[in-house]
Design a protein around this ligand. Structure first.
Ligand code: CDT
Length: 315
C-alpha cells in the first residue's frame, strides 16, 4: 500500500436484540475486525451504540437504562477482547457506546482507538435528536434527550494512523456545522456510526426519504469539505423495530465508493487515495482563500431562525 493509500473498513451491524449479551455482540465485532484487517484496513468503523440494542426507543427510568445499557469504563471487561484483538492485528477502530462517567453523567459517546489499542480520541454526541417526554401514542420512542446530556467536548480531530481523523455520531451528519468545524481543523477523514429508524414518529414521511437524506448528508458534507467519510449503520429489525442500512464510504468528490448491500453484519472496504481531496482543498474549497467568516456571524449568534438583518436598499 503506497503512502497515499488508507485502508478504510466500515463494519455494519445487523440487529442487536434486547436480550443479546454484550459478549455475543463483541464476538460479532471481533469477527468483522478480523475480516477488515484481512482486507488491509488500517481502521474499522463500528456503529453508534454498538454494544446494545438502540435502547432510546424504549420508555424506562434513567436508573434502569444506566444499569442495563451504559458502560462505566472503557475498555470494559466485555470489550477488552476487542481491544486485545485490535492490538494483535495492528488495526485502529471507532466504536460507539453509552458512556457513564465517573461522576454519573451520561453521554452518547464514540472513541477512536489507534493501532496500539490506545484510546486517542473521545467524542460526546452534540446534536441529540428526539424528545425527553413519554409519547405513548407513538409506535416507539426516541429518548436521546432523556437519556443523554449534550456533548461537552466539541468536535475534535486526531492525528492518527498517518492522517487526521474526526468523528461524530448519527444525527450530527445532518448538520453542516459538524463537518466544517472538523475540516477547519484539517480533518482528512470523518467517521461515524448511526441508528436511523425507518419510520418517522413525528409526521407521515415517505419511507424512501430516510435513505435519501442519509446519503445526501454524507455526500454533500464529503464534497463541501474535501473529506473521506465512513459511516456504519446498525440496521434491520431490532425486536421488530426496523432501522435503515446503507453503510457507506464516500470520497472527497462526494461520490459513494462503497455501500452495504444487506441489513446484516457486513464489512465494506476501500483503499482510499488520501490525495484525492487535495485538488478540492487547493481550488474550489480553498478555505483560506475563499471563506468569508465576516459574513457568517449568525451561524454562532443564533440558534433558531429570526428576523432578517437590516440591509441596504437596491435602488
Ligand atoms: N440515532 C440518531 O441520531 N438517529 C437520528 C434519527 C433522526 S430521525 C431522521 C438520525 O439522525 O438518524
Amino acid at each position: 500500500m503506497s503512502k497515499e493509500r488508507f485502508g478504510l473498513a466500515v463494519a455494519q451491524m445487523g440487529p442487536i436484540h434486547l436480550n443479546d449479551s454484550r459478549e455475543s455482540t463483541v464476538a460479532r465485532l471481533m469477527e468483522m475486525m478480523r475480516e477488515a484487517a484481512g482486507r488491509g484496513a488500517k481502521l474499522v468503523v463500528f456503529p453508534e451504540l454498538a454494544l446494545t440494542t438502540f435502547f432510546p426507543r424504549y420508555w424506562m427510568s434513567e436508573e434502569d437504562a444506566e444499569a442495563r445499557f451504559f458502560e462505566p469504563s472503557m475498555p470494559s471487561p466485555a470489550t477488552q477482547p476487542l481491544f486485545d484483538l485490535a492490538l494483535s492485528l495492528g488495526i485502529g477502530f471507532y466504536l460507539g457506546y453509552a458512556e457513564r462517567t465517573e461522576n454519573g453523567r451520561h453521554f452518547n459517546t464514540s472513541i477512536l482507538v489507534d493501532e496500539h489499542a490506545k484510546i486517542v480520541g473521545r467524542y460526546r454526541k452534540i446534536h441529540l435528536p428526539g424528545h425527553s417526554d413519554h409519547k405513548p401514542e407513538a409506535p416507539f420512542q426516541h429518548l436521546e434527550k432523556k437519556f443523554f446530556e449534550v456533548g461537552n467536548e466539541g468536535f475534535g480531530v486526531w492525528p492518527m494512523l498517518g492522517t487526521t481523523i474526526g468523528q461524530c455520531i448519527c444525527n450530527d451528519r445532518r448538520w453542516p456545522e459538524t463537518f466544517r468545524v472538523m475540516s477547519l481543523q484539517s480533518a482528512q477523514m470523518v467517521v461515524l456510526g448511526y441508528n436511523t429508524p425507518s419510520w418517522n414518529i413525528h409526521w407521515k414521511e415517505p419511507a424512501h426519504l430516510r435513505m435519501f437524506h442519509h446519503l445526501l448528508s454524507l455526500q454533500a458534507n464529503a464534497y463541501q469539505n474535501a473529506l473521506w467519510i465512513g459511516a456504519a449503520a446498525k440496521c434491520g429489525a431490532e425486536d421488530g423495530f426496523h432501522m435503515i442500512g446503507g453503510s457507506a464510504i464516500v470520497a472527497p468528490s462526494g461520490e459513494i465508493v462503497a455501500q452495504s448491500q444487506s441489513e446484516e453484519d457486513e464489512v465494506i472496504f476501500v483503499s482510499c487515495d488520501m490525495a484525492l481531496g487535495d485538488n478540492f482543498r487547493q481550488h474550489i474549497f480553498n478555505f483560506a482563500k475563499h471563506r468569508r467568516p465576516e459574513h457568517y456571524g449568525l451561524i454562532t449568534e443564533r440558534t433558531g431562525a429570526g428576523e432578517p438583518l437590516v440591509r441596504g436598499t437596491t435602488s
